[in-house]
Design a protein around this ligand. Structure first.
Ligand code: ADP
Ligand code: MG
Length: 260
């Protein structure tokens, strides 16, 4: 089972869009996938069609130990894709967890349960902060997938993120690696996008995925229909890019497997 946290402490860079669509693309290859929504805003829960008022057991309950991870899993309309939803309750967890034993390991421990081994991939959608929720995701994951928006300050804040990764590696999870950085919201009509993409590649090198996610209105429309873009319109440029990204990602996480 491979666990990937989608993280960047900046908001609005494409974490949730990436988490949902990568998860959907991987599920389409026949693998069983679970999304863990670790953002109190619950955008990935909404984005895969799990309505606010149907979220009974959530990632909050899992973190505080009120239920097991398996008990919090709900199915989605997408074959082989399940979800642990979140609600605004989760915003209290940052404070409540501080008092709790093993507060950095709680998600990891919950996901170690035998029932969770049924998933080939667990994709954790992080909130826009480097607090205790994102730390839990980094301890529970083997890999980080980092979306960077193609804008002027794309690299700003990255050193802070990398410092947190180092801290987690040193103290809690030695195997944590960065599986890749993905450039998002690329606007081909805008010279700045091109420049930013070139700069990011120059600085970060091969960890940057070849695939670039274009700015694409279908990607932003899909969540209001409760569908991943890959289901809402699987032929739009955004969906095609996420299929390519997922192929690259699978190549990095399962170098010996044949692409399905
Ligand atoms: P984060 O989870 O990092 O806050 P989101 O994935 O929610 O970011 O994206 C922020 C907003 O931008 C959302 O409204 C989303 O629908 C939109 N968006 C994300 N990626 C794209 C894209 N490639 N093209 C157009 N809109 C996008
Ligand atoms: Mg988000």
């Amino acid at each position: 089972m491979i666990r990937i946290a989608v993280a960047n402490q900046k908001g609005g860079v494409g974490k949730t869009t990436t988490a949902i669509n990568v998860a959907t693309a991987i599920a389409a290859t026949g693998r069983r996938v679970l999304i863990v929504d670790l953002d109190p805003q619950g955008n990935s829960s909404t984005g895969v069609g799990v309505d606010q008022n149907t979220r009974q057991r959530t990632s909050y309950d899992v973190l505080i130990g009120a239920c097991s991870a398996a008990d919090a899993v709900v199915p989605t309309a997408i074959p082989r894709l399940s979800l642990i939803a979140s609600t605004v309750d989760l915003s209290g967890a940052e404070v409540e967890l501080v008092e709790m034993e093993g507060r950095i390991h709680r998600l990891d421990t919950a996901l170690q349960a035998p029932a969770m081994q049924a998933y080939d991939y667990i994709i954790i959608d992080c909130p826009p902060s480097l607090g205790i929720l994102t730390m839990n995701a980094m301890v529970a994951a083997q890999s980080l997938l980092v979306p960077l928006q193609c804008e002027f300050f794309a690299l700003e804040g990255l050193s802070q993120l990398l410092n947190t990764v180092e801290r987690v590696r040193a103290g809690y999870n030695q195997r944590l690696n960065i599986v890749g950085v993905v450039l998002t919201m690329y606007d081909k009509r805008n010279r700045l996008s091109e420049q930013v993409a070139a700069d990011v590649r120059a600085v970060l090198g091969k960890i940057v995925f070849e695939t670039i996610i274009p700015r694409n209105v279908r990607l932003s429309e899909a969540p209001s229909h409760g569908l991943p873009a890959l289901v809402y319109d699987h032929r739009c440029a955004g969906s095609e890019a996420y299929i390519d990204l997922s192929r690259e990602l699978l190549g990095r996480t399962e170098p010996h497997a044949r692409a399905a």
